[in-house]
Design a protein around this ligand. Structure first.
Ligand SMILES: *Cc1c(COP(=O)(O)O)cnc(C)c1O
Length: 373
């Protein structure tokens, strides 16, 4: 069916542009291990994101696992985080042998509720891993204050926040480090890929070693590392996509503005608040449905959209603190706001080339679900 609409569609450069970028790899035969494309993309990102250091990875998840590992956190330490996120955030904590402690999110932008962090701090707390969910910036200043007061590391899961700015500062510049995902579905992609951005010069070598089996030199293995290196074809894709980032974000903005004007002031529909002082990347368009007022549930609307060939996403549902792999270790009632939102939220299709006519059609289908219309 030609008029099927998926929830997202990867940004790609022109075929010829990519071929031109990878051509020299057939001369050099250097395909991975910090090649020229890797170095170039890293330098471009350091400049664009305005941070002293960027380390590139084969995906965002391993970037997060590696930067947590690099922080030297105490064994069995506790990490304060939120369950309203992708599986990756919580898994990265647990796979590092640390214990996630779930803090609720706030009702305005679904990022960590900073008024609830201090109550969760114990003698074992060693870090906070908040999520800039949907590209919404966490309350970075409040988080910094708390982290200073209790001497905690802060690592942002900034997977959604590439290109976002707060008070004119890059989203990459906050906390001890920020992790970005360059997965095909993200605003900026390297097919699969990711990065860690940070200030501390001492972390550079450690992160580079960790992503390459912990190998420090030809005859020296300093860490028990894995393999998480970005290859040259990924980096070349990034170099090309970065050139078009601004126009992609501008097109996304037009899509989001159309959604907003179609869906604003509808009883039973709650849109995410627009954050003050934030330059958005228009990464996602979450809509929260109140069945009692709207007359149709999130799940019904999801099904009706699917019947019409439109892919929305229950993002994020279920919460990570309900995952069966955790065998009931966590109590979902500790995070009531996150639970409430996760049962009611849908992210609607959003990508640069989504036509405004399609946005209107999607909104019409949603509004026809409303009781009494
Ligand atoms: C995409 C994503 C990740 C993981 O990134 P990958 O590049 O897919 O490994 C982590 N956290 C969040 C919130 C994400 O959306």
């Amino acid at each position: 069916m030609s008029n099927k609409i998926l929830v997202t569609r990867s940004s790609m450069p022109d075929y010829e542009e990519y071929c031109e970028e990878i051509k020299e790899l057939w001369d050099s035969h250097w395909l991975t291990n910090m090649g020229v494309k890797h170095k170039q993309l890293q330098a471009e990102l350091e400049k664009m994101l305005d941070v002293p250091h960027v380390t590139l990875y084969t995906n965002g998840h391993l970037a997060l696992e590696n930067v947590i590992a690099a922080m030297n956190l105490p064994k069995s330490g506790e990490v304060i985080t939120t369950p309203f996120t992708f599986a990756s955030t919580t898994h990265a904590i647990v796979r590092n042998g640390l214990t996630p402690v779930f803090c609720d999110v706030n009702e305005n932008d679904y990022t960590i509720d900073v008024t609830k962090i201090e109550d969760l701090i114990t003698g074992k707390t060693c870090a906070i891993i908040p999520v800039h969910v949907y590209g919404n910036m966490c309350a970075v200043e409040e988080i910094e204050k708390i982290a200073k007061k209790y001497d905690l590391k802060v690592i942002y899961d900034a997977a959604h926040a590439f290109g976002v700015e707060y008070k004119g500062k890059s989203s990459a510049s906050f906390g001890d480090a920020s992790m970005f995902s360059f997965h095909a579905t993200k605003v900026f992609n390297t097919i699969e890929g990711g990065a860690v951005c940070f200030h501390d010069d001492n972390l550079v070598q450690k992160l580079n070693d960790l992503k390459n089996f912990g190998i420090h030199g030809p005859e020296e293995v300093a860490y028990i590392g894995g393999n998480a290196k970005m290859n040259e074809f990924q980096a070349a894709m990034g170099i090309c996509n970065l050139k078009h980032l601004e126009s992609e974000i501008a097109k996304r903005k037009a899509v989001v503005e159309r959604y907003r004007s179609n869906l604003k002031n509808i009883d039973g529909i709650k849109l995410c608040g627009v954050q003050a002082d934030v330059k958005s990347n228009y990464a996602y368009f979450p809509v929260v449905f109140d069945e009692k007022i709207f007359g149709a549930s999130r799940n019904e609307i999801f099904d009706v959209l699917a019947e019409n060939g439109i892919g929305a996403r229950k993002y994020f549902y279920p919460l990570t603190n309900t995952f069966e792999c955790f065998n009931g270790k966590y109590n979902v009632n500790d995070t009531p706001v996150a639970l409430h939102i996760s049962k009611r939220v849908l992210t609607l299709p959003l990508y640069a080339d989504l036509s405004l006519d399609d946005v209107d059609r999607i909104c019409d289908i949603i509004l026809r679900c409303k009781k009494g219309i």
